[in-house]
Design a binder for this molecule. Sequence first.
Ligand SMILES: [Zn+2]
Length: 334
Amino acid sequence: MSNDVLNNLLKEYEQKKMKAEIEAENKKEILYDKIPRLRKIDNEINSYAILVTKNILNKNNESLSDFSSKMQSLKQEKENILRENNIDVSYLKPSYSCNLCNDTGYIQKDNYRSEMCSCLKQKLLDISFNKSNMSNLNVENFANFNENLFSDEPNASKYKFNISPREKIKKIRDKSIEFVKNFDNPDYKNLLFTGNTGLGKTFLSNCIANEVLKMGKTVLYQTAPVLLENIIDFKLSKQKYNSENINKSVLEADLLIIDDLGTESLNSMKLSELFTIINTRILNLNHKITKTIISTNLNINEIFSKYEERIGSRIAGYYDIYCFFGDDIRFKNR
Ligand SMILES: [Zn+2]
């Protein structure tokens, strides 16, 4: 996630916040004109607040209780006036779009720590899902796929396969194209790309994403650690709206790409979320056809031992498994 994205969002927040505060200020002025006593009360409250601060700074504690009772009676009078005029106290407060952070994007925690508000997290998530993670889409497409980066020499003892890495990657590319063509066929399986880093798993996933986007479908790309972390974060924050939103996009995106499965730190909550995602999407429980691509360094046996049996068996049964092998192509000229 680039800093520009965050900075731009924070600028938007600042403008939103300012707008809400100016609107509140205007409403207050209109009310002051109607009920001049309110302006007087507010001015008095403000000057008392300044006096109290001064006295605290000068360690003059004696007069403090005096001030506080005066403040109290002024506030009471203000409340009474508002009530008599049928005005809710909240009417004079700025109406922020997020009541948690007052449109600052951050929440103050204890010890003066601040934490990113869930509303900002959600915005970043939306952007990261569909933009920054797939920013290479104009480069990473089938037209730019270069099988010549892969060795054409079979080496059974090194790779444990009888065919060359080039022959293998061409097969996987063809299967990927077939996957796109059969996207709407519910009987056509999902994809599991397994193999070491630097063998083109993400590249091929992006090639597919490109084609699927061209078909006007939604694509959601995320690494397993970020995906699971975010889902749990929102669940625990008890923000029903955000949590439901994220769940909905993860479960209902036409194509979900889960990259780097196996690099996340696991716990039982994450395991159960992962199962829900995989299972819901396989069974098309959302009454629509959804496909999933998982890429991982783990082989299917390792998936069975690292994850629950039910996750392993769903993948083994409903995913076409393609093994990437060869030498790291990341440093070769494309
Ligand atoms: Zn917020």
